[in-house]
Write a protein that binds this ligand. Structure first.
Ligand code: HEC
Length: 149
């Protein structure tokens, strides 16, 4: 049985997930009560393609903050803006690194932020829950394969 703290947390996550997806099924949690997008999604398993990463990670897990004129560090991660603002674009926090350096995941600041070894600020998504290793590895693979759109 859920205690009330867990229940409220779950309700909050459902609200966040629904807002992030602009609709959807409304059932935004997996069997462990974590939001979908940590590697699973009703639309199918995540793959190492930009479109899949957008729909499994950026849209559901990042756009609650990273959208619109007030997006942190000017980084908008909605489907219209994310590619141009990530691939070949300098990080604002560590300008010597690209957010996504095609072919070089190890030197892509996006990966540093997702894995939690960034030089500046916090691990992403801010406050968690964080991506599982499998999802991060798919993003690494996409970058190392050339970060194609
Ligand atoms: C709850 C709000 C919030 C969420 C959700 C969030 N971020 Fe952030 N993000 C921030 C804030 C605030 C900063 C700047 C402060 C910091 O880095 O700690 C930031 C900074 C960043 C930066 C650094 C940008 C640069 O140019 O240096 C990256 C990259 C980033 N976020 C990626 C993501 C990704 C990818 C996700 C989703 C998986 C995500 N964030 C989810 C709030 C958020």
């Amino acid at each position: 049985m859920m205690n009330s703290r867990r229940l409220w947390a779950a309700l909050g996550l459902v609200a966040l997930t629904v807002a992030g997806c602009g609709g959807g099924s409304g059932d935004g949690l997996d069997a462990n009560g974590r939001p979908l997008g940590e590697g699973v999604d009703p639309s199918g398993p995540m793959t190492a393609s930009f479109a899949s990463i957008q729909s499994h990670v950026f849209t559901p897990m990042c756009t609650a903050c990273h959208a619109g004129a007030a997006a942190p560090r000017g980084l908008r991660l909605d489907a219209t803006n994310s590619y141009a603002l990530l691939v070949g674009a300098a990080s604002s926090e560590v300008p010597s690194l690209m957010r996504v350096a095609p072919g070089d995941a190890a030197n892509s600041y996006l990966i540093h932020k997702l894995e939690g070894h960034q030089a500046v600020g916090a691990r992403m998504p801010l406050g968690g829950p964080y991506l599982d290793a499998q999802s991060i590895n798919l993003i690494r693979q996409w970058i190392n394969n050339g970060a194609q759109k």
